[in-house]
Design a protein around this ligand. Structure first.
Ligand SMILES: [Zn+2]
Length: 508
């Protein structure tokens, strides 16, 4: 854990939002810890202690500030490059907390000893795995108290405290107030209709919201997803229940406004974490752009459109199906096919404007006759094989610990090659360095002929090549709009060394 104290100090004194969530400040006298953007009067430097994570501040005996609400800060940036084990562990904790078996089980899943895991956590995050999990749980409970009207008994369960008694005790110990007293302090008192929850999820600026929206809009599966008047919305299903969420930008607060309608509040933590991943809210632009600047073409685009994120997905299986459909055809063509699959095989859903279906499950697609909706027989077989592998448990998109093993298994399926695997790694696993180098849009953006040349060219953008890909697609789309559109449909890929597995990828 290497915090540059001078940088921290400058960021704190200027309340620089780009550093929000990258470190926390413990104030010695008040024993409170704050975000760098805290509106409270700044403490004297000699009274400040700096921590890389909220959990580290908590372990050192500091309480979360009630004004700047550390539970609202953007997440810890990706730790890739410092420790793969830590970033994998953080991903698993984000997916399921530490409820099922604690540190021992977590360490076992990661293939390391629990003492080693503890040491790694202390070195990189300044806190033990238990402290990290407990801080996340406490922060989420605090968010539910402040931002929802859920009864406290439900919050206790939704945030993983197990019992109301433990929840009350946990909150009192940290905040010196009861949950009810904390709720009275909260400014947000607007009650949402039943089963609806409104959250503000913060990011570190800049965030290129329009770029995110354009990307999702071009690929929105009709009936399952819709983009309208600056709002992205989609249907979701989880543990046999259905619902939807919508996301829009709250520019003035460096946050996304998320409205979730779902009948089971116990799933809220999971849903919120998935939305955070889908909209890439943990990204640390300052770190990313310093790598992107090493390439002149990407640097120029990043200068014009700062803050582009890598769009994730709601469901890895659904995204993989989309990727298979997108092999060798335009984004528009693949989107139309996905819509037909959803309306033919998906469950009907009564949602707001544009939402009519849930995306079909693996069980349904394993048996689906996809030729009837216009999918070629080879691709239909690939989809069925993937669906069968998911049904049998051979492939699971949840709790992926080792991306390389996961992607190798994915590539065992006939019709899934390097392009599809890298695209899935980029958008479903959130691998910041994934890069589908055989993509025609990417090659065209830099006027290169082979994936190998492209890989050499973006070498300097590591470990952030997924972001480089987003900028290259943007470059390609800008030149596409200038080029004759007529070549689009008749375009035949002629990429040396490419297989059937790549995309024409005419991104927006
Ligand atoms: Zn504060």
């Amino acid at each position: 854990m290497n915090l540059d104290l001078q940088v921290c100090s400058r960021a704190r004194l200027s309340r620089d939002p780009r550093f929000d969530g990258k470190f926390f400040i413990g104030v010695v006298g008040s024993r409170v810890y704050c975000r760098p953007i805290c509106p409270a009067p700044t403490a004297k430097e000699k009274n400040c202690r700096y921590f890389a994570t909220a959990a580290a501040a908590a372990e050192a005996g500091f309480r979360p500030c009630l004004r700047c609400r550390p539970e609202c800060s953007p997440g810890t940036p990706a730790w890739l490059g410092t420790s793969n084990t830590v970033s994998r562990a953080l991903r698993l904790i984000a997916e399921s907390g530490l409820e099922d078996g604690g540190v021992e089980v977590l360490a076992e899943r990661l293939g390391v000893g629990s003492r080693h895991l503890r040491r790694l956590f202390l070195r990189h995050l300044g806190a033990t795995p238990i402290a990290v999990a407990q801080t996340r749980r406490l922060h989420f409970a605090k968010k539910l108290i402040d931002e929802t009207a859920l009864p406290m008994s439900q919050i206790a369960l939704a945030s993983g405290f197990g019992s109301v008694r433990r929840f009350n005790a946990g909150i009192r110990k940290v905040y010196h107030r009861t949950p009810t007293q904390i709720r009275r302090l909260a400014r947000n008192t607007v009650t949402q209709p039943g089963n609806q929850y409104l959250f503000r999820l913060h990011f570190r600026p800049p965030y290129h919201w329009q770029g995110m929206l354009d990307f999702l809009a071009a690929r929105a599966t009709p009936g399952v997803e819709a983009v309208e008047s600056g709002i992205y919305r989609r249907t979701i299903s989880l543990h046999g229940r259905a619902g939807y969420f919508e996301v829009s930008l709250d520019d003035s607060r460096d946050a996304l406004l998320v409205r979730i309608e779902f009948a089971d509040p116990k799933s809220l933590f999971f849903i919120v974490e998935r939305i955070r991943a889908m909209f890439d809210l943990n990204a640390d632009w300052t770190a990313i752009v310093s790598s992107l600047r090493t390439d002149p073409a990407i640097a120029a685009r990043a200068e014009l459109d700062p803050g582009l994120r890598v769009p994730g997905c709601w469901d890895g299986f659904e995204l993989a199906i989309r990727a298979i459909l997108g092999q060798q055809i335009t984004v528009k063509g693949a989107t139309a096919l996905a819509g037909r699959i959803a309306s033919t095989y998906g469950k009907a859903f009564k949602g707001p404007s544009g939402l009519t279906h849930l995306f079909p499950s693996a069980e349904i697609l394993a048996e689906a006759k996809l030729a009837t909706v216009g999918v070629t027989s080879a691709r239909a077989e690939t989809i069925r094989s993937l669906a069968r592998a998911v049904c049998s448990g051979r492939i699971s998109f949840e709790g992926v610990v080792d991306s390389d093993t996961f992607l190798a298994r994915l590539r065992e399926i006939p019709g899934i090659g390097q392009w599809t695997a890298q695209y899935v790694a980029m958008r479903a696993l959130g691998e910041p360095d994934a890069f589908p180098s055989s993509d025609l849009g990417l090659l065209r953006a830099l006027a290169l002929a082979t994936p190998r040349e492209l890989e050499q060219r973006v070498q300097s953008c590591r470990p952030w090549r997924a972001y480089a890909a987003m900028y290259l697609w943007k470059i390609a789309s800008h030149s596409d709009t200038r080029l004759a559109r007529s070549s689009r449909e008749s375009h035949k890929p002629k990429v040396a060394g490419s297989t059937l597995d790549h995309s024409v990828s005419l991104a927006v």
